[in-house]
Design a protein around this ligand. Sequence first.
Ligand SMILES: [Cu+2]
Length: 619
Amino acid sequence: MKTWLEKRAISRRSALLGGSAAMAAVVAMDGATAQAQTGTHEAHGDHPGSLGSRIRSATTPAPAAPKSGEALLGATPAPAAGGALPTPPVLKVRPGAAATLGMKTQSVQLGGRPARNLRAYDNVTARQYLMAPTLEFGQTGAFGVRLANGLPRNPDQAQPHVVNVPSQFNTTNLHTHGLHVSPEGRSDNVYLEILPKGTEAKYADGETSVVGGFDYVYALKNHTPGTFWYHPHRHGSVAVQVASGAAGALVVRGGTGTIDRVKGIDGITEQVLLIQQVMLNPNGELPDFDTLWNAPGNGATAEWTVNGTTGRTLAMQPGEVQRWRIVNTGFQAEAKFALVQASGGAPVNVTLIAMDGINFSPKAATVQAVYLPPGGRADILVKAPAQPTKLLAQVGQYVVKGQGGPTAGLTAGFEIGGVWQEAAFAGDPATVFTVDVAGAPKAMALPGDPLPRPLVPEITAATTPDACRYVVFGVTKVTAPNGTLKNDLPSYNPAAMPSSFKLQINGELFCPGRVLFQPPLGSVDQYVVSTPGVHVFHIHVNPFLVTEVEGQPLSTPMWRDTMLVGPNGYKALTKYTDYAGTFPIHCHILDHEDVGMMTNVTVVDPTSKTRVAAVTHGH
Ligand SMILES: [Cu+2]
């Protein structure tokens, strides 16, 4: 019987590619002149009237797709091996303006192999790399994103859509993961569906689904600055699209008094690092859910890439400090990210200043690695050694407690009893890029204490919650033909779903119209999260303050919005501020979410006549 780790382990090819072969390529290309394409594009309010009105009706013309053509394999020069690590282009959005994101079919060279017909965001100037642009917002204002769905029409559009059975993989929408914004209307409303351009209007109901494109607008109010991200969240096609690389960073840039203006952080070089886990069949494609669910038995594999590449080089000067914004955009696997000496493999300490976009305060943490569930982010300050050298950036799954070894896993990345918890890689990690420390010394200092407090609710581990919410992620065990219980997940069989097996929260599959909790606006809840397996808890709109992991109180409680959960679970506090409305909580192993491991929470405004704004238009 396969263990959970074996079931979910990504291809061991990644370790091979990250090992001697990739290193040989790096050495061979040392000093080469290959340049990463980067760029900054300011979005201007060219269609201000189209934002802020009610949801587009089915008959309203969709916004035009970006003019640039589709990137087909061979249509653009294949990127050279080696060379500089590319950086996602930046779409800086001004208050009142909108950026355009095009969802398209794209074929690119991904790390060491061709990837064909991926569903991914148009990557603007850097289109030969699979990396979505970075959206940059300010702390306050209405920031627009015009999403254009340029994917082909769904072949199964006319077929009945059964909830929790993945289908219609070309229908999309947009989630701003981690942003504290309204979950309703044109904001972070993941119950909307954006059908492919050209879909017959009869399939759009004008209230929860539209054809071709949609103008989102996100009203931020003194938002905490940090590293967030965006990705599709249309129930049933989330995993297929995110596993295609449809995911980009979303940076909220802070002003005076915030972490971004601290001496030693303000103005230093930043790198967005999108950790990717793109699942491809032997033909280099990800056509459907079956491909990723039945991997690797069906021949589909995923390799770790960063910004669409492997084996690239990031240049730093001796003594230089850079800020790296790391996003685990993988659809499924937790990732440990670490820097080690190329010679000897000794760990290199880094300074962790934020998790899930919320900065540490008053102190940063000195750590050997960061531990990111799918959907998690870390901001680290990397100080290059004083002498020229080479460092390796490694990514891999890590040993999870109870799932492959005695080393702590679910506690990794937290401070317990005054000790920062680390965990070993599970197997050989992939070397995703090399840091080449060379050139003139650049004496830069790390920031001192205290770091300013993040702009989050003023609650602490001592805050008394108004209610306690139990959330249990569970898999219904399936009776095998011989009558014994199977612990592993059965093969995905659309014809037998959803009755054959159930990935559930509190014993229930996702039901669009059902609301699990109805907390009042402004109240504080304690979440007690657990599972007999291993899953990933994510709440939209409001982050949570983790106070206790596996029965052990944290030395310093930590704000998160996405977190691995295991048998002994954890406790966290959240306060529902600013925004009433309905949003999901779900497992961020996205194939789990697509088959039903999701439920709804409605934050009720006691002053409103509408007691429960339940979602009534499910699909
Ligand atoms: Cu799960």
